[in-house]
Design a protein around this ligand. Structure first.
Ligand code: SF4
Length: 169
């Protein structure tokens, strides 16, 4: 399961990805307020992403954070591994952090391992091929579709202007 840190990291980066390219860096307080993330928590996450080269930072009164790379090159799988560690639900199916358990009998026929490997592979297939930009496109598409299906608001009768009677009729 995604930790709160990974969820906040993705939300903060998605917020930065929605900003105009080449625009000014965004203050951490603004990101925290807009995305409803506790600021202290966010500071730690953004520092790490800055160290990892995902974000750039600028100091000073006009300072803040911005994406150091285009949003279509920042993959969700990479982000989650940086914050949470391996995607695998158990270490014996991890590609990046393989570890057997001490009571392991026959790894190749272990049913739990066979199922968890499928889970790991399915997650990696999706998350390693989905960028921040792809995620945003999906969200925009759903918002657009919802806006089209939403009925246009009809004013209640008391809010409508009374019709004027025609004095010549
Ligand atoms: S193969 Fe089965 S017993 Fe061995 S480490 Fe994996 S889950 Fe545990």
């Amino acid at each position: 399961m995604l930790t709160r840190s990974a969820k906040y990291a993705i939300k903060a980066l998605a917020y930065l990805a929605r900003r105009p390219e080449g625009g000014a860096p965004v203050r951490i307080g603004d990101i925290a307020r807009e995305e409803k993330i506790p600021q202290k928590f966010l500071e730690r996450i953004l520092l790490q992403l800055n160290r990892d080269g995902i974000l750039y930072s600028r100091r000073g009164p006009e300072g803040g954070y911005g994406l150091a790379r285009p949003a279509n090159t920042i993959m969700l799988g990479d982000l989650i591994r940086r914050i949470d560690g391996p995607l695998a639900p158990i270490p014996c199916v991890s590609v990046t952090a393989y570890r057997p358990c001490p009571d392991c009998g026959d790894e190749s026929s272990c049913g739990l391992r066979l199922v968890m490997k499928e889970v790991r592979d399915a997650m990696a297939n999706i998350l390693d091929q989905t960028s921040l930009a792809d995620m945003q496109k999906r969200s925009d598409a759903v918002k657009g579709a919802l806006a089209e299906t939403r009925p246009t608001a009809v004013k209640p009768a008391h809010a409508r202007k009374p019709r004027r009677s025609n004095p010549t009729s």
